[in-house]
Design a protein around this ligand. Structure first.
Ligand code: SF4
Length: 415
């Protein structure tokens, strides 16, 4: 009898399999997805809700093997630096923001951001993710100054930062078109747009958790404009705030439709909602199994998106490692600093050795990558593993007054 292991790992027409799952229909969809063929949203929902876990993982992993026959899984060293926690958008799931005039609101001067960039460079970071709230005064001019200052001081750092929400906000504050805002921040130094703020793209769940945020359609329109101006991006998804299975798949469909037109999404990064310190507190949370199933379905559904990243920060290292068997080819960043998701309760921390161990013990070859997924160093044997005890993810500096101004890494010892 044919088993899941016989799913084809090369492109070309699908071969006929015997019963893999007990359902001819599911077998056929898995086979088509594993072969790099297109599956419909309806088929993706069927896989998500009905396909046996092992068969789903095997089919998704067949995609990874076909795409990345070198067996390499990548990681990145970067730092998430927040310029302000002041925000007018008040998303219900967010534990990071403070309303304007709130006593715990802060903004960091450029010198503080440059100091943090300098620390990141010292620790081998190749990228910074500058992220912040929708400050009522921050228009395009603020971001031009921020990006050009970082580029002038650290031209080697790739600025993979902000998201469509910030771009919409800055254009509104400055009274300019989206096209102009994107053009100007690109000239100032923005290299790549982070996929943040996608949350859930379909209207119903998005309005329930972020009523003041732009619609999912608008989020995608900004991404499409940026892609057309030559700025690529990643795409994210936050699971577990009460959305249905069908809405999760609809989120994937909305991204794939844009990808069909632009090809500008390099990677898809789902993560799970963290329930502490926010208005949705503890109401719902995606289970690890739901997360892993979504990962596998995404690998099969996104035949046009090159990379799939696991979120060890929100799901933990064990789930992150399991995701490596569900089609994932990238573990993302060490995150020398992360405050936004950590504020909502993400306690998982990692370091260079841990991340490399997770990859190697899953039977893959670890490699450090840059923002464009180019391999900077491939660690083929343990002897080639880099050793730097300072490259550790750090606890939220939100706990520190003023957002930790002037505090050097480690802000708080990693657990
Ligand atoms: S998620 Fe972003 S836009 Fe929403 S409240 Fe938090 S900082 Fe503001």
């Amino acid at each position: 009898m044919a088993g899941p292991g016989r799913l084809r790992a090369s492109s070309g027409p699908a071969s006929t399999l015997g019963a893999v799952t007990g359902s001819r229909e599911i077998d056929n969809i898995l086979q088509r997805g594993a072969d790099g063929g297109r599956i419909t949203p309806e088929e993706a929902l069927l896989l998500y809700t009905e396909a046996p876990f092992h068969a789903l993982g095997e089919a998704a992993d067949a995609v990874r093997r076909r795409r990345y026959p070198d067996n390499i899984v990548t990681y990145l060293i970067d730092r998430n630096i927040n310029y302000t926690n002041v925000c007018v958008t008040a998303c219900k799931f967010c534990a990071f923001y403070r309303a304007p005039k709130h006593g715990e609101g802060w903004t960091h001067p450029t010198e503080e951001i440059l100091r943090r960039c300098g620390e990141a460079v010292e620790l081998g970071a190749t990228q910074v993710m500058l992220q912040g709230g929708h400050h009522p005064d921050y228009g395009v001019e603020y971001y031009e100054e921020l990006f050009s200052s970082v580029k002038a001081a650290y031209p080697q750092l790739v600025i993979h930062s902000i998201g469509p929400s910030e771009i919409l906000h800055m254009a509104k504050v400055s009274g300019v078109s989206l096209d102009e805002a994107i053009r100007r921040i690109k000239v100032a130094g923005l290299d790549s747009i982070a996929g943040a703020g996608a949350e859930m793209l379909p209207d119903r769940p998005r309005k329930a958790i972020a009523p003041l945020k732009e619609s999912g359609q608008r989020w995608l329109e900004v991404m499409e404009l940026a892609h057309r101006q030559g700025i690529e991006s990643t795409a994210t998804m936050m699971m577990g705030t009460g959305e249905t299975n069908a809405e999760r798949i609809e989120h994937l469909r909305m991204i794939r439709d844009v990808q069909d037109r632009t090809g500008g999404f390099r990677s898809f990064i789902p993560w799970t909602y963290q329930p502490e310190n926010n208005h949705l507190k503890g109401r719902t949370q995606a289970t690890t199994l739901e997360y892993l199933r979504l990962i596998a379905v995404a690998r099969l559904f996104f035949e046009t998106v090159p990379h799939l990243q696991a979120s060890w920060l929100t799901t933990g290292k064990e789930a992150g490692q399991l995701a490596l068997h569900m089609g994932v080819d990238d573990l993302g960043s060490i995150m020398l600093e992360e405050n936004v998701i950590s504020s909502a309760g993400a306690r998982h921390r990692s370091n260079l050795q841990d991340l490399i161990w997770m990859i190697r013990s899953a039977g893959r070859i670890p490699a450090q990558r840059d923002t464009l997924y180019r391999h900077l160093a491939v660690h083929r044997t343990p002897d080639e593993d880099p050793r730097d005890d300072r490259v550790v993810s750090h606890f939220s500096s939100i706990a520190l007054p003023g957002g930790g101004v002037g505090k050097s890494l480690p802000l708080v010892e990693a657990k």
